[in-house]
Design a protein around this ligand. Structure first.
Ligand code: KIV
Length: 286
Protein backbone atom coordinates (compact mmCIF):
# COMPACT_ATOMS: atom_id res chain seq x y z
CA UNK A 1 0.00 0.00 0.00
CA UNK A 2 1.34 3.44 -0.91
CA UNK A 3 2.23 5.63 2.04
CA UNK A 4 -0.43 8.16 1.02
CA UNK A 5 -3.00 5.58 2.14
CA UNK A 6 -1.51 4.85 5.55
CA UNK A 7 -3.41 6.05 8.60
CA UNK A 8 -1.89 9.26 9.98
CA UNK A 9 -3.55 9.08 13.37
CA UNK A 10 -2.58 6.94 16.32
CA UNK A 11 -4.46 3.66 15.84
CA UNK A 12 -6.17 1.34 18.30
CA UNK A 13 -3.60 -1.43 17.61
CA UNK A 14 -0.79 1.07 18.36
CA UNK A 15 -2.38 1.86 21.72
CA UNK A 16 -2.87 -1.88 22.31
CA UNK A 17 0.82 -2.53 21.64
CA UNK A 18 1.89 -0.12 24.39
CA UNK A 19 1.25 -2.57 27.22
CA UNK A 20 4.02 -2.03 29.78
CA UNK A 21 5.58 0.70 27.61
CA UNK A 22 5.53 4.49 27.72
CA UNK A 23 2.38 5.56 29.61
CA UNK A 24 -0.60 6.41 27.38
CA UNK A 25 -2.02 9.93 27.79
CA UNK A 26 -5.76 10.47 27.32
CA UNK A 27 -8.14 13.36 27.85
CA UNK A 28 -11.79 13.84 27.01
CA UNK A 29 -12.72 16.25 24.23
CA UNK A 30 -16.24 17.24 23.32
CA UNK A 31 -15.76 19.88 20.67
CA UNK A 32 -13.47 20.92 17.82
CA UNK A 33 -11.80 23.85 19.58
CA UNK A 34 -10.50 21.99 22.62
CA UNK A 35 -9.67 18.94 20.48
CA UNK A 36 -7.40 21.15 18.35
CA UNK A 37 -5.60 22.55 21.41
CA UNK A 38 -4.97 19.24 23.18
CA UNK A 39 -4.42 16.95 20.15
CA UNK A 40 -0.61 17.52 19.96
CA UNK A 41 -0.06 16.43 23.57
CA UNK A 42 -2.20 13.31 23.97
CA UNK A 43 -2.35 9.83 22.47
CA UNK A 44 -6.10 9.53 22.77
CA UNK A 45 -9.07 11.90 22.66
CA UNK A 46 -12.07 10.35 24.39
CA UNK A 47 -15.49 11.65 23.40
CA UNK A 48 -16.91 10.50 26.72
CA UNK A 49 -20.60 10.34 27.46
CA UNK A 50 -19.66 12.45 30.50
CA UNK A 51 -20.41 15.25 28.01
CA UNK A 52 -24.05 14.77 28.99
CA UNK A 53 -23.23 15.93 32.53
CA UNK A 54 -20.41 18.36 31.72
CA UNK A 55 -21.82 20.08 28.62
CA UNK A 56 -25.55 19.49 28.85
CA UNK A 57 -26.30 19.52 32.58
CA UNK A 58 -27.78 16.03 32.93
CA UNK A 59 -27.49 14.56 36.43
CA UNK A 60 -26.09 11.26 35.07
CA UNK A 61 -24.91 9.88 31.71
CA UNK A 62 -28.02 7.71 31.35
CA UNK A 63 -30.11 10.16 29.22
CA UNK A 64 -27.37 10.80 26.63
CA UNK A 65 -28.66 9.97 23.10
CA UNK A 66 -26.57 8.34 20.35
CA UNK A 67 -27.14 11.32 18.04
CA UNK A 68 -25.55 13.68 20.60
CA UNK A 69 -22.46 11.46 20.82
CA UNK A 70 -22.21 11.44 17.03
CA UNK A 71 -22.43 15.23 16.75
CA UNK A 72 -19.76 15.83 19.39
CA UNK A 73 -17.53 13.11 17.91
CA UNK A 74 -17.76 14.67 14.45
CA UNK A 75 -16.59 17.97 15.93
CA UNK A 76 -13.67 16.31 17.74
CA UNK A 77 -12.55 14.47 14.59
CA UNK A 78 -12.77 17.73 12.60
CA UNK A 79 -10.69 19.53 15.23
CA UNK A 80 -7.88 16.97 15.50
CA UNK A 81 -5.38 15.28 13.20
CA UNK A 82 -3.19 12.88 15.14
CA UNK A 83 -4.60 11.38 18.37
CA UNK A 84 -6.85 8.32 18.34
CA UNK A 85 -10.48 9.42 18.77
CA UNK A 86 -12.48 6.98 20.91
CA UNK A 87 -16.24 7.48 21.20
CA UNK A 88 -18.37 6.28 24.11
CA UNK A 89 -21.40 4.20 23.18
CA UNK A 90 -24.18 5.73 25.30
CA UNK A 91 -26.53 3.83 27.60
CA UNK A 92 -29.13 1.83 25.64
CA UNK A 93 -27.20 1.75 22.37
CA UNK A 94 -25.32 -1.56 22.80
CA UNK A 95 -26.54 -3.68 25.74
CA UNK A 96 -29.52 -5.35 24.05
CA UNK A 97 -27.55 -7.69 21.80
CA UNK A 98 -24.24 -7.93 19.93
CA UNK A 99 -26.10 -7.24 16.67
CA UNK A 100 -27.64 -4.01 18.00
CA UNK A 101 -24.23 -3.01 19.36
CA UNK A 102 -22.67 -3.65 15.96
CA UNK A 103 -25.33 -1.62 14.11
CA UNK A 104 -24.91 1.39 16.38
CA UNK A 105 -21.11 1.17 16.66
CA UNK A 106 -20.78 0.89 12.87
CA UNK A 107 -22.94 4.00 12.55
CA UNK A 108 -20.66 5.85 14.98
CA UNK A 109 -17.55 4.78 13.07
CA UNK A 110 -19.01 5.65 9.64
CA UNK A 111 -20.59 8.99 10.58
CA UNK A 112 -17.76 10.34 12.74
CA UNK A 113 -14.52 8.89 11.37
CA UNK A 114 -13.42 7.92 14.88
CA UNK A 115 -10.93 5.08 15.39
CA UNK A 116 -12.62 3.09 18.16
CA UNK A 117 -15.62 2.89 20.46
CA UNK A 118 -15.76 2.37 24.21
CA UNK A 119 -18.43 0.48 26.09
CA UNK A 120 -19.01 -0.18 29.76
CA UNK A 121 -19.19 -3.63 31.34
CA UNK A 122 -17.06 -6.70 32.00
CA UNK A 123 -18.04 -10.38 31.91
CA UNK A 124 -21.60 -9.65 30.77
CA UNK A 125 -20.40 -7.55 27.78
CA UNK A 126 -17.58 -9.88 26.69
CA UNK A 127 -19.66 -11.57 23.97
CA UNK A 128 -20.46 -8.14 22.50
CA UNK A 129 -16.81 -7.02 22.66
CA UNK A 130 -15.82 -10.16 20.74
CA UNK A 131 -18.63 -9.70 18.18
CA UNK A 132 -17.54 -6.12 17.44
CA UNK A 133 -13.80 -6.70 17.32
CA UNK A 134 -14.21 -9.72 15.02
CA UNK A 135 -16.17 -7.45 12.66
CA UNK A 136 -13.73 -4.56 12.39
CA UNK A 137 -14.70 -2.34 15.30
CA UNK A 138 -11.90 -1.68 17.83
CA UNK A 139 -13.32 -1.70 21.35
CA UNK A 140 -12.01 -0.11 24.52
CA UNK A 141 -13.54 -1.71 27.62
CA UNK A 142 -14.53 0.16 30.78
CA UNK A 143 -14.83 -1.56 34.17
CA UNK A 144 -14.82 -0.65 37.86
CA UNK A 145 -17.14 2.27 38.38
CA UNK A 146 -19.40 2.17 35.31
CA UNK A 147 -21.44 5.39 35.49
CA UNK A 148 -24.15 4.18 33.08
CA UNK A 149 -25.05 1.61 35.77
CA UNK A 150 -25.45 4.29 38.44
CA UNK A 151 -29.08 3.35 39.02
CA UNK A 152 -28.23 -0.27 39.84
CA UNK A 153 -24.98 0.51 41.70
CA UNK A 154 -26.73 3.23 43.70
CA UNK A 155 -24.18 6.03 43.30
CA UNK A 156 -20.77 7.08 42.03
CA UNK A 157 -18.71 5.46 44.81
CA UNK A 158 -15.24 4.02 44.16
CA UNK A 159 -15.19 0.23 43.78
CA UNK A 160 -13.11 -2.70 45.04
CA UNK A 161 -12.12 -1.29 48.41
CA UNK A 162 -12.81 -4.63 50.11
CA UNK A 163 -10.70 -7.61 49.09
CA UNK A 164 -13.83 -9.75 48.97
CA UNK A 165 -14.89 -7.72 45.89
CA UNK A 166 -11.67 -8.18 43.93
CA UNK A 167 -12.41 -11.47 42.14
CA UNK A 168 -15.40 -10.01 40.28
CA UNK A 169 -13.45 -7.00 38.98
CA UNK A 170 -10.50 -9.21 38.01
CA UNK A 171 -12.86 -11.49 36.08
CA UNK A 172 -14.32 -8.43 34.30
CA UNK A 173 -10.85 -7.27 33.22
CA UNK A 174 -9.85 -10.73 31.99
CA UNK A 175 -13.13 -11.16 30.12
CA UNK A 176 -12.85 -7.94 28.07
CA UNK A 177 -9.15 -8.57 27.39
CA UNK A 178 -9.78 -12.13 26.23
CA UNK A 179 -12.71 -10.93 24.09
CA UNK A 180 -10.37 -8.72 22.05
CA UNK A 181 -10.59 -5.22 23.57
CA UNK A 182 -7.43 -3.24 22.71
CA UNK A 183 -7.39 -1.46 26.10
CA UNK A 184 -9.59 -1.10 29.15
CA UNK A 185 -10.48 1.88 31.33
CA UNK A 186 -10.31 1.20 35.07
CA UNK A 187 -12.47 3.85 36.72
CA UNK A 188 -12.44 4.61 40.47
CA UNK A 189 -10.97 1.29 41.54
CA UNK A 190 -8.94 0.84 44.73
CA UNK A 191 -5.30 1.55 43.90
CA UNK A 192 -4.01 -1.91 44.92
CA UNK A 193 -6.64 -3.65 42.81
CA UNK A 194 -6.00 -1.48 39.73
CA UNK A 195 -2.25 -2.19 39.97
CA UNK A 196 -2.95 -5.92 40.36
CA UNK A 197 -5.28 -6.03 37.34
CA UNK A 198 -2.68 -4.16 35.28
CA UNK A 199 -0.23 -6.99 35.96
CA UNK A 200 -2.80 -9.71 35.22
CA UNK A 201 -3.98 -8.77 31.73
CA UNK A 202 -2.05 -8.31 28.49
CA UNK A 203 -3.84 -5.20 27.19
CA UNK A 204 -3.16 -1.65 28.44
CA UNK A 205 -5.16 -0.41 31.41
CA UNK A 206 -6.14 3.27 31.31
CA UNK A 207 -6.69 4.58 34.82
CA UNK A 208 -9.06 7.28 36.01
CA UNK A 209 -9.02 7.32 39.80
CA UNK A 210 -7.12 4.01 39.74
CA UNK A 211 -3.31 3.65 39.95
CA UNK A 212 -0.10 5.20 38.63
CA UNK A 213 0.83 1.64 37.69
CA UNK A 214 -1.84 1.60 34.99
CA UNK A 215 -0.50 1.67 31.44
CA UNK A 216 -2.06 5.10 30.88
CA UNK A 217 -4.31 7.75 32.41
CA UNK A 218 -7.36 9.67 31.25
CA UNK A 219 -9.17 12.61 32.84
CA UNK A 220 -12.18 14.70 31.96
CA UNK A 221 -10.66 17.90 30.52
CA UNK A 222 -13.06 20.25 32.29
CA UNK A 223 -12.27 18.55 35.64
CA UNK A 224 -8.51 19.01 35.28
CA UNK A 225 -9.02 22.62 34.17
CA UNK A 226 -11.03 23.34 37.31
CA UNK A 227 -14.15 24.16 35.31
CA UNK A 228 -16.40 21.52 36.85
CA UNK A 229 -18.48 22.47 39.89
CA UNK A 230 -17.90 19.19 41.72
CA UNK A 231 -14.57 17.51 41.08
CA UNK A 232 -13.89 13.88 42.09
CA UNK A 233 -11.05 13.16 44.54
CA UNK A 234 -8.98 11.50 41.80
CA UNK A 235 -8.69 14.69 39.73
CA UNK A 236 -5.62 16.90 39.90
CA UNK A 237 -6.59 20.41 38.87
CA UNK A 238 -3.94 21.68 36.44
CA UNK A 239 -5.37 25.10 35.77
CA UNK A 240 -7.65 27.56 37.46
CA UNK A 241 -10.30 29.35 35.45
CA UNK A 242 -8.57 31.59 32.91
CA UNK A 243 -5.20 29.84 33.01
CA UNK A 244 -3.88 28.41 29.75
CA UNK A 245 -5.40 25.13 28.59
CA UNK A 246 -2.27 24.25 26.66
CA UNK A 247 0.01 24.69 29.69
CA UNK A 248 -2.34 22.59 31.82
CA UNK A 249 -2.49 19.80 29.25
CA UNK A 250 1.33 19.81 28.84
CA UNK A 251 1.75 19.45 32.63
CA UNK A 252 -0.78 16.64 32.75
CA UNK A 253 0.92 14.80 29.87
CA UNK A 254 4.33 15.14 31.55
CA UNK A 255 2.94 13.91 34.88
CA UNK A 256 1.38 10.87 33.21
CA UNK A 257 4.52 10.06 31.21
CA UNK A 258 6.70 10.29 34.33
CA UNK A 259 4.09 8.55 36.49
CA UNK A 260 3.97 11.55 38.83
CA UNK A 261 0.19 11.43 38.44
CA UNK A 262 -1.81 9.98 40.08
CA UNK A 263 -0.15 10.25 43.50
CA UNK A 264 -1.64 8.78 46.67
CA UNK A 265 -3.93 11.77 47.22
CA UNK A 266 -5.63 11.01 43.88
CA UNK A 267 -6.18 7.27 44.46
CA UNK A 268 -8.36 5.12 46.73
CA UNK A 269 -7.00 3.04 49.61
CA UNK A 270 -8.54 -0.20 50.89
CA UNK A 271 -11.18 -0.21 53.62
CA UNK A 272 -9.90 -3.51 55.02
CA UNK A 273 -6.18 -2.62 55.18
CA UNK A 274 -4.72 -1.42 58.46
CA UNK A 275 -3.24 1.58 56.68
CA UNK A 276 -6.35 2.13 54.61
CA UNK A 277 -9.37 4.31 55.16
CA UNK A 278 -11.71 3.10 57.85
CA UNK A 279 -15.05 4.34 56.64
CA UNK A 280 -16.93 4.45 53.39
CA UNK A 281 -16.75 7.71 51.50
CA UNK A 282 -18.15 9.05 48.24
CA UNK A 283 -16.05 9.88 45.17
CA UNK A 284 -15.21 13.32 46.47
CA UNK A 285 -14.06 11.94 49.85
CA UNK A 286 -10.88 10.13 50.81
O1 KIV B 1 -17.41 9.50 29.81
C1 KIV B 1 -16.23 9.66 30.15
O2 KIV B 1 -15.69 10.76 30.18
C2 KIV B 1 -15.47 8.47 30.52
C3 KIV B 1 -14.22 8.68 31.31
C4 KIV B 1 -14.60 9.01 32.69
C5 KIV B 1 -13.31 7.51 31.24
O3 KIV B 1 -15.88 7.38 30.28
Amino acid sequence: MSSEFTIKRVTAPEIGSRKGGAPIVGLTAYHAHTARIIDPYVDMLLVGDSLGMVMHGYETTVPVPLELMIMHAQAVVRGSTRALVVVDMPFGSYEESPAVAFRNSARVMKETGCGAVKLEGGVHMAETVRYLTERGIPVMGHIGLTPQAVNTIGGFQPRGRFRSEWAAFEADARAVAEAGAFAVVLEALAELLAARITKQIDIPTIGIGASAECDGQVLVLEDMLGLSPRVPKFVKEYAQLGAGIEAAVKSFATDVRTRAFPSAEHTYTMFDDAEGATKKTKMTGS
